[in-house]
Write a protein that binds this ligand. Structure first.
Ligand code: THU
Length: 140
């Protein structure tokens, strides 16, 4: 992917940090999900007083897209940190990796982790979720 597009995704994900609803952890996460058609779906994490209903930024972005009929994706950028400070990469949790596995080709889907537009790492889903279980495992 071209650096210009990577930087656009990093900026978009970073803008989402302002919308994170995180009264319990104070850990803000923003995501920018690039669909194959070029559209970008944004997400933030949304916590809950009962804790388990909380939703990660990545899943917010995926569910927004899928709920609008979009199911093909090329990449996602994820940024996050305590009080919104981006000091380290914020890698996706296991549940979010599994949701990626449902809709993305693990060999090609790219996950961009960043602290700013000059400091980032691009990984494939198969690196973050080796031997993942996906729709193909249930195919007859
Ligand atoms: N979080 C995400 O939004 N994405 C991840 O992949 C890891 C964790 C959120 C959930 C919770 O609101 C906060 O970060 C601390 O776990």
């Amino acid at each position: 992917m071209e650096k210009e597009l990577i930087q656009k995704l990093i900026k978009t994900a970073t803008d989402q940090l302002a919308y994170s609803y995180v009264p319990y952890s104070h850990f803000h996460v923003g995501a920018a999900l690039l669909a194959e058609d070029g559209s970008i779906y944004k997400g933030c994490n949304i916590e809950n007083a009962a804790y388990t209903p909380s939703n990660c930024a990545e899943r917010t972005a995926f569910f927004k897209a899928v709920s609008e009929g979009v199911r093909k994706f090329s990449a996602i950028c994820v940024v996050g940190g305590m009080d919104g400070r981006l000091t380290e990469y914020a890698p996706p949790c296991g549940v979010c990796r599994q949701v990626m596995m449902e809709f993305c080709d693990p060999k090609t889907f790219e996950i961009i982790l960043a602290t700013d537009t000059e400091h980032y790492q691009v990984l494939r889903l198969e690196e973050l979720l080796p031997m993942g279980f996906g729709p193909g495992n249930l195919a007859e």
